[in-house]
Ligand binder design. Structure first.
Ligand SMILES: [Zn+2]
Length: 47
């Protein structure tokens, strides 16, 4: 299985479970943090 963001093979079990590499997961989280406040509130409730 490859990371959908950078297309590199996922090596760790956690990355495979998430379906994304750790570096790209961080990038995606940063993008999510820039999302509208309503979406951010929804994410905080989940956590
Ligand atoms: Zn990646």
């Amino acid at each position: 299985m490859n990371c959908p963001v950078c297309n590199r093979p996922l090596k760790s079990a956690k990355s495979i479970a998430k379906g994304i590499g750790p570096v790209c997961a961080t990038k995606v989280n940063k993008i999510d943090n820039e999302a509208p406040k309503d979406q951010l509130k929804m994410e905080l409730k989940v956590e």
